[in-house]
Design a protein around this ligand. Structure first.
Ligand code: UDP
Ligand code: MN
Length: 348
């Protein structure tokens, strides 16, 4: 064999070897793609070779007894699933003991953000005290308070496993700006967090109180809350941003529900995507001199139209104290207090 031939045979053999290695690497059966894959919690050693999504894999403790679920009787007065098959959470649709038993071994952690800028600091005490009584009781909770008045943050006794961090933010002369900057600060907060698959975050209005359980039934990838003011209305009456010049706009015939800006959440990576997108769209609008009708709430509604929430919370999860309770509202879990806008906002 000539030298040239021997050389080319070598090159061919080497290439084949490299291709083989590459093939085995790409098609190995237990390869985990992405960084959100989580191994089974309850599998035998060696049984964890296929990644399971943390959110989907629900392991119940053996021997737990609870009321038999029915497949034919349920809440007949409300819709409990969206057209894209996400659950809509209403009282009577879930078993709290079962859900807590499923989520307890997962070692989940829940962050909550709340903004108390200017005179809104006065709402913080009730918010924090009632959160202790109702919000993810028995789970790891970290409340982040963003305020320009760190000295006025009330001292509220928190149970073991729960903590509070105060983050100073500048004051502002426009409530629209305070409200809108929340997305930016939520985005930055999430970027600082360790990347864990079991971390959730909820972003909540401070001018509100908890009155009933808000717990593991609310967990999901991307979680939206139906606004209490419009849920019986035709979509043409939803106060979406309608001007096509805004990145938040929704045209006639678009939009599923009207969601609240005052409560939303989900897995850290999902809420990060939401906050980043809404912030960028808000800022790009601002550069063109346009502010959406309901600031970040408008951008959130646009986002949720494209990125469907994987769990939808009924208006039980953000009612308004001034509204009388409709019959389908069997429990109010979280509700906005009555406030005098002229008195508490820096501008009207
Ligand atoms: N906010 C604040 N200071 C203000 C205005 C608003 O801290 O001067 C925050 C606060 O968390 C509040 C949220 O932004 O709950 C949304 O504003 P607001 O509750 O007034 O809106 P509404 O619920 O009345 O639509
Ligand atoms: Mn509010």
């Amino acid at each position: 064999m000539s030298v040239i031939n021997r050389k080319s045979v070598g090159v061919v053999l080497l290439s084949a070897l490299l291709l083989g290695v590459l093939y085995c690497y790409m098609y190995q059966p237990n390869r985990v793609f992405g960084d959100v894959g989580v191994r089974r919690e309850n599998g035998r050693p060696g049984d964890d070779d296929i990644a399971a999504s943390n959110d989907l894999h629900l392991v119940a403790p053996a021997h737990l007894q609870y009321k038999q679920p029915s497949i034919i009787h349920g809440r007949g007065d409300v819709v409990t699933v969206t057209p894209w098959l996400s659950p809509v959470v209403w009282e009577g649709t879930f078993n709290a003991v079962l859900l807590d038993s499923i989520y307890r071994p997962k070692n989940i952690s829940i962050a909550a953000t709340v903004f108390a800028v200017g005179k809104y600091i006065k709402f913080l005490k009730d918010f924090l005290e009632t959160a202790e009584q109702h919000f993810f009781v028995g789970f790891k909770v970290h409340v982040y308070v963003f305020t320009d008045r760190p000295d006025e943050v009330p001292r509220v006794r928190m149970a073991a496993g729960r903590q509070l961090t105060v983050r100073p933010v500048p004051s502002s002369q426009r409530w629209q700006e305070i409200s809108a900057r929340r997305m930016e600060l939520i985005q930055l907060l999430i970027e600082e967090q360790p990347r864990r698959a079991n971390s959730y975050i909820f972003c909540l209005d401070v001018d509100s109180k908890f009155h009933g359980r808000w717990g593991t039934e609310s967990l999901g990838g991307l979680v939206a809350v139906i606004h209490p003011g419009y849920y019986r209305d035709d979509r043409s009456r939803f106060p979406y941003e309608r001007r096509p010049a805004s990145r938040a706009h929704l045209a006639a015939g678009e939009g599923d529900f009207y969601y609240c800006g005052g409560a939303f959440g989900g897995l850290l990576q999902e809420v990060h995507q939401l906050a980043k997108t809404c912030r960028a769209n808000f800022e790009d609008d601002a550069k063109e001199g346009i502010e959406a009708a309901w600031q970040e709430e408008s951008h959130l509604n646009r986002y949720m139209w494209i990125n469907k929430p994987s769990k939808v919370l009924s208006p039980e999860y953000l009612w308004q104290d001034f509204k009388s309770r409709n019959p389908e509202i069997q429990i109010i879990r979280f509700s906005g207090v009555i406030k005098n806008y002229a008195e508490i906002r820096p501008n009207v």
